[in-house]
Design a protein around this ligand. Structure first.
Ligand SMILES: Cc1cc2nc3c(=O)[nH]c(=O)nc-3n(C[C@H](O)[C@H](O)[C@H](O)COP(=O)(O)OP(=O)(O)OC[C@H]3O[C@@H](n4cnc5c(N)ncnc54)[C@H](O)[C@@H]3O)c2cc1C
Length: 337
C-alpha cells in the first residue's frame, strides 16, 4: 500500500475530468485497509472511496484522500435447491459479478448487465436498468463504520432502498466504506422481461429466452446501441433522475403538453427526465467542451478538455430551463464532488 500525493484522477472517472487528489491510495485487501487506517494521511483528511468513477463528477480538486477500492472475491456462502447466496467483495467489477451469475445459471441480476462500476457502489444508488433494481436481489451489505471503526451489516430493509437512493446516499453518506454485498439469486428460471424496450427487442428479433445468458446478451446489445462508451466520449450515464409527479400535476401538464411521456412504477407516476430535457431543446446541443448526447438526452458529455465546473454549469442551465417550462425540478443522479 502506497500513499501518493497530488494524484491525477482523470483516468479514474468516466467523465475524464482532470482533477487531482491531495492524497491517493489503492487498497487490494483488508490488510492494506487496516494499514491505511493507522496513517496520518487517513486520520487527518476527508475521505472519498472510489470504485469505477462512473457516477461522480469532480467539480474541483479533492483536498483529502481518495481511496481506490480493489477488494476482490466472489464466493457462494449458502445454497439450497432453489436459491443461492453469493457474496462479492466491493471492489469487484459489477459486470464481472453478472458474468459469474450468467455462467452459473443464477437468475436475478442479468437485466443489470454492463452497468459500469463496482459491486460496492451498486447499493449506494440502488442501481437499476431494464425493469430490475439491485434491491430486488440484495440480501445484506457489509460495511466499515468510519466513526466507530467497527464492521457492521445491514439487511435489505435497513438499507432503505428507493429509486436511485439508499441510506448510503442519506444518513450514512460519507460515513461508511462498503466492504461486501451478499445477493440472493435464483436457481429456478425467474425472468423479468416486462420492461418495454426489452420486450419489444425480444419480440422483434423473435428471441426465446432459455438461459440467463440470453437476457444478458440482449441487454448488452441494447445498451451498446444506445449509450455512449465513456472511453470514447466522457460521461457518467444518466445525469438526472426521472421526475415523480402527482396525478393532479400530470393532468395539468397534459393540458399544455398532451404528448407528455410518463410511466407508472410501483404505484408512482414518473416523467422521464430525458423527455423533459429533449422538449427544452437540449438534445444534441453542444456548448464548447460539453454537451447533451444526441441519442440520449439524459447523458451529459465531456467532448474533451472540459472541467467539472463546465459540466455542472450545463446541468444547472438544463435544470433551470426544465423548471421554467414545466415547473418540475430535475435532481442529479451523479454525485457531485
Ligand atoms: C455509460 C454509463 C451507463 C450507466 N448506466 C447505469 C444504469 O443503467 N443504471 C444505473 O443505476 N447506473 C448507471 N450508471 C451509473 C453507474 O454505473 C452506477 O452508479 C455505479 O454503481 C457506479 O459505480 P462506481 O464503482 O463507478 O462508483 P463511483 O463513481 O466510484 O462512486 C459513486 C459513489 O459511491 C461512493 N462509493 C463507491 N464505492 C463505495 C464503497 N465501497 N463504499 C462506500 N461508498 C462508495 C463514492 O464515494 C461515490 O459517492 C451508468 C454510468 C455510465 C458511465
Amino acid at each position: 500500500m502506497e500513499i501518493v500525493k497530488d494524484y491525477d484522477l482523470s483516468e479514474l472517472n468516466t467523465f475524464g475530468i482532470k482533477a487531482k487528489a491531495r492524497f491517493f491510495v489503492e487498497i487490494k485487501n483488508e490488510l492494506d485497509f487496516n494499514e491505511l487506517l493507522k496513517t496520518r494521511e487517513y486520520k487527518d483528511n476527508q475521505k472519498l472511496f472510489l470504485g469505477g468513477g462512473s457516477n461522480v463528477l469532480f467539480t474541483k480538486d479533492f483536498e483529502g484522500i481518495v481511496i481506490l477500492n480493489k477488494l476482490k472475491g466472489i464466493e457462494i456462502i449458502r445454497e439450497d435447491s432453489n436459491n443461492v447466496l453469493v457474496k462479492a467483495q466491493s471492489g469487484e467489477k459489477w459486470h464481472d459479478l453478472v458474468l459469474f451469475a450468467v455462467k452459473k445459471e443464477y437468475w436475478g441480476i442479468e437485466n443489470l448487465s454492463l452497468v459500469p462500476g463496482t459491486v460496492g457502489a451498486a447499493p449506494v444508488q440502488n442501481i437499476g436498468a431494464y425493469g430490475v433494481e439491485l434491491k430486488d436481489t440484495i440480501e445484506s451489505v457489509e460495511f466499515f463504520d468510519l466513526e466507530s471503526g467497527e464492521k457492521k451489516n445491514l439487511s435489505r430493509d435497513e438499507c432503505k432502498f428507493g429509486y436511485r437512493d439508499s441510506i448510503f446516499k442519506n444518513e450514512l453518506k460519507g460515513k461508511v466504506f462498503i466492504l461486501a454485498v451478499t445477493f440472493k439469486l435464483s436457481k429456478i428460471p425467474n425472468l423479468n422481461v416486462t420492461y418495454k424496450v426489452l420486450k419489444d427487442y425480444l419480440e422483434k428479433n423473435k428471441i426465446e429466452i432459455q438461459k440467463v445468458k440470453d437476457i444478458s446478451d440482449v441487454v448488452i446489445a441494447i445498451r451498446q446501441s444506445k449509450l455512449p462508451d465513456p472511453k470514447i466520449l466522457g460521461n457518467a450515464g444518466s445525469f438526472f433522475k426521472n421526475v415523480y409527479v402527482s396525478k393532479k400535476n400530470l393532468e395539468k401538464i397534459k393540458e399544455k403538453y398532451p404528448n407528455v411521456s410518463f410511466f407508472e412504477e410501483a404505484g408512482v407516476i414518473k416523467i422521464p427526465a430525458g423527455w423533459l430535457i429533449e422538449e427544452c431543446g437540449w438534445k444534441g446541443k453542444r456548448l464548447g467542451n460539453v454537451g447533451v448526447h444526441d441519442k440520449q438526452a439524459l447523458v451529459l458529455i465531456n467532448y474533451g478538455g472540459a472541467t467539472g465546473e463546465e459540466i455542472k454549469d450545463l446541468a444547472l442551465q438544463i435544470i433551470a430551463s426544465v423548471f421554467d417550462k414545466f415547473g418540475l425540478k430535475l435532481t442529479p443522479e451523479v454525485n457531485l464532488i
